[in-house]
Structures are given as structure tokens and as C-alpha cells.
Design a binder for this molecule. Structure first.
Ligand code: 763
Ligand code: MG
Length: 214
């Protein structure tokens, strides 16, 4: 038994970051992952690209698929405009429990809803359950083979509108080939690749930004 990596990451946040200071929470997680234990957060380099896209969109409604420990959740939520709200889906209850505490430590719990379960089960119920008309921004960071089926499901459920911005992590490493081919070929999307590196490493990775054209 003993602690899990997410629990050790949470302890690093509680020991190193200042309650209510989201920048210090982000810095504490990056320090932990760079100097103690690698973890699959989007990281500081790709996180900077995420920040610039979120700031540009300034979403009132945002969806994140794949919470993990809440690192990208905090990065997104700290940049939301007044009245903005972020729903983040996590399959693993242990990850969700840690993420809730990380998000609370950053003082962002009022802008974020952590939902536990599978994207395929939840997406058809987001409208009725959370009163969401459509999403302004979607961050994809969950199982890589679900990126494509899940954006098709979001389309079918009418949760994307003209101009919705999708941002996908890990399109090179681990890779999402079927998703990339689809968004780059489809007439319904305008896509752009932001080259970067796998979090805390020198390996190539990047983010794909795709605007839904309706
Ligand atoms: O696997 C990754 N993320 C996904 C986690 C599970 O997500 C499961 N999950 C979360 C909501 C959710 C909703 N429905 C179904 C499944 C759902 C992931 C993996 C790597 C990585 C890269 C190189 C390696 F050598 C090893 C790992 C890097 C990343 O940045 C990642 O994001
Ligand atoms: Mg990722």
C-alpha cells in the first residue's frame, strides 16, 4: 500500500503552494513533475499554448475531457471570464478525488464542476444535467482513441456551435492519428497544429486546435 503518485502530487501542492494562488499551484505541480516524479499533466510548455488559446476564446462554457490531477483544469479555470464555467470529466475516481482538492487549493472550485464517469455515457446528458446550450471551448486530454468518437458525439448532441474551439493534447505522443486525419480533412473544421514537446521531456508532441464551422 502507501501513497499513489496523484496523492504525492497533491501533497507537494499542499506543502509548496499558497492556498488561493493558482499560479503557485501550477508552479508546484511543474516542480514536482520535473524534479520528483513525471506525471501526465499537459505541463508548462504545452500549458503556455493552452493558456493563449483559452485567453483568445475567453469561454463562458468550457468542457475538459480528462481531468487527471486537475493541472490543466486550474490552467483553464484561472483564465475564464466572469460567469465562465468549466465542466471536467474524469473516469478514475481516485484521480477525481485528488483533482477536486487541487482545484480547491487553487481557489477555483466555484468555476469548475468535476464529473466522474465515461465521456460516452456523460456527453448525451450534459445539456439536461448542467443546462448547457453548447460549448465555446473543449480540451481533449483523455483516452486518445476516444478523441474522434467523442467529437462526433458532441456534434450529434448539438453541443458544438459555429466557432467552438477544440484543443487536443498528445496528437503526436501518444498520438491520435484517426482524430488528426478527421479534423484536418473535414469541411466542418479549420485546424492548426502547435508543435511542442511531451510534458517535462524533449520528446516531440503538440496540440491541435480545430474550430468547428458547423
Ligand atoms: O493517457 C493519457 N491521458 C489519458 C488518461 C486516462 O484518461 C481516461 N479518461 C479520462 C476521462 C475520461 C472519460 N471517459 C473515458 C476515459 C477517460 C496521456 C498519456 C501520456 C503519456 C505519454 C507518453 C508516455 F510514455 C506515457 C504516457 C501523456 C499525456 O499527456 C496523456 O494525456
Ligand atoms: Mg495529455
Amino acid at each position: 500500500t502507501g501513497t499513489t503518485r496523484p496523492q504525492r502530487l497533491l501533497r507537494a501542492v499542499q506543502e509548496r503552494a499558497t492556498r488561493g494562488d493558482s499560479e503557485s499551484v501550477i508552479a508546484a505541480i511543474d516542480h514536482f513533475c520535473r524534479h520528483q516524479e513525471w506525471a501526465m499533466n499537459v505541463g508548462d510548455e504545452k500549458g503556455f499554448i493552452l493558456d493563449s488559446v483559452v485567453s483568445e476564446v475567453s469561454p463562458q462554457t468550457a468542457l475538459e475531457l480528462g481531468t487527471y490531477c486537475g493541472y490543466s483544469t486550474v490552467r483553464i479555470a484561472r483564465l475564464l471570464p466572469p460567469g465562465g464555467h468549466l465542466i471536467t470529466l474524469e473516469f478514475n475516481p481516485n484521480y477525481a478525488a485528488v483533482a477536486r482538492q487541487v482545484i480547491a487549493w487553487a481557489g477555483l472550485e466555484d468555476m469548475v464542476q468535476v464529473v466522474e464517469g465515461a465521456s460516452g455515457d456523460w456527453i448525451p446528458h450534459l445539456r439536461e444535467h448542467f443546462g448547457i446550450e453548447s460549448f465555446d471551448f473543449v480540451f481533449l486530454d483523455h483516452w486518445k482513441e476516444l478523441y474522434l468518437p467523442d467529437i462526433k458525439l458532441l456534434e450529434e448532441c448539438g453541443l458544438l456551435r459555429k466557432g467552438t474551439v477544440l484543443l487536443a493534447d498528445n496528437v503526436v505522443c501518444p498520438g491520435t492519428p484517426d482524430y488528426l486525419e478527421y479534423v484536418r480533412k473535414s469541411q466542418s473544421y479549420e485546424s492548426h497544429y502547435f508543435g511542442s514537446h511531451l510534458e517535462y521531456t524533449r520528446a516531440e508532441d503538440g496540440l491541435e486546435k480545430s474550430v468547428y464551422l458547423g
